[in-house]
Design a protein around this ligand. Structure first.
Ligand SMILES: NC(=O)c1ccc[n+]([C@@H]2O[C@H](COP(=O)([O-])OP(=O)(O)OC[C@H]3O[C@@H](n4cnc5c(N)ncnc54)[C@H](OP(=O)(O)O)[C@@H]3O)[C@@H](O)[C@H]2O)c1
Length: 246
């Protein structure tokens, strides 16, 4: 499968799943625009991509920053063939300790950021483009942990599935799908993976009894991003060792 000549935008590509997706799409031939906020992360992804892409600072919690990013892409006369809406955060406080500020901190990235990344990218999406949202098994499966995060990923799942069946979007040949990972070893989950008991507890909830790797999620993103999935839209692909349905 080749993505030669395609342009891909991956948000939250400075670490974890987004970084692995940016690398995999570049390996497949795409020119990758990789975004994030941390300067060291941007340096790392820029070095990884070399001539196969660019690293761009963009805070998705700020819709005007997303609009500026899209304007700069339009200014370079590029269209987007692939959009991976991946940037996300977790670790909200316990339910009883939630405040409007902690709510905003998580939802501004996971929901508002995801939504306006898509909305501002829409005019730039090429005929036949593919959009992949990164959800989570937490968006559909009841499980102890972080219910606000689960709610944000439920939104992502529902929004992506709705957009993927929208007549105006389909008329442009654009497909929209969601990849929902289970527990994956990344900086986001380091607190749990570094703690032996927490690590084993999570493994006990996964039918395959292990954590996933970012590269395994990147393969699913590549599949949905490419023409290999040409008849798939509005779908959710789980990459979770069987957790969602176990
Ligand atoms: N790891 C898992 O077990 C797991 C499971 C299910 C779903 N997911 C989802 O997968 C996605 C990636 O997570 P990950 O595990 O790879 O986490 P990660 O390693 O912490 O990476 C998160 C990425 O999102 C970016 N990001 C965070 N806030 C941002 C903001 N306001 N603006 C722009 N970029 C921002 C980070 O960039 P900077 O640090 O440069 O800001 C980083 O590149 C998230 O949507 C997450 O919810 C992860």
């Amino acid at each position: 499968m080749t993505l030669d000549g395609k342009v891909a935008l991956v948000t939250g590509a400075t670490s974890g799943i987004g970084f692995a997706a940016a690398r995999r799409l570049a390996e497949a031939g795409a020119h990758v625009l990789a975004t994030g906020r941390s300067q060291s992360g941007l340096e790392t992804v820029r070095a990884m991509l070399g001539g196969r892409g660019e690293a761009v600072d963009c805070n998705v919690a700020d819709p005007s920053a997303i609009a500026r990013l899209m304007e700069s892409i339009a200014h370079s006369r590029r269209q987007l063939d692939i959009l991976v809406v991946n940037a996300g955060v977790s670790n909200a406080p316990a339910i009883g300790e939630l405040t409007p500020e902690t709510y905003d901190g998580l939802m501004d990235v996971n929901c508002r950021g995801a939504l306006f990344t898509f909305v501002h990218a829409l005019p730039l999406l090429a005929q036949g483009a593919s959009v992949v949202f990164v959800g989570s098994v937490a968006g559909s499966k009841g499980q102890p942990g972080d219910p606000l995060y689960a709610g944000s990923k439920g939104f992502v799942r529902a929004f992506a599935r709705g957009a993927g069946t929208d007549p105006e979007i389909l008329a442009r040949g654009i497909r929209v799908n969601v990849v929902s990972p289970g527990p994956i070893e990344t900086p986001l989950t380091r607190e749990a993976t570094d703690d032996e008991d927490a690590r084993a507890y999570v493994e006990g909830m996964i039918p395959m009894h292990r954590w996933g790797r970012p590269e395994e999620v990147a393969e699913a993103i590549l599949f949905l991003a490419s023409s290999a999935s040409s008849f798939t839209t509005g779908a959710e692909l789980t990459v979770d060792g069987g957790m969602a349905h176990g």
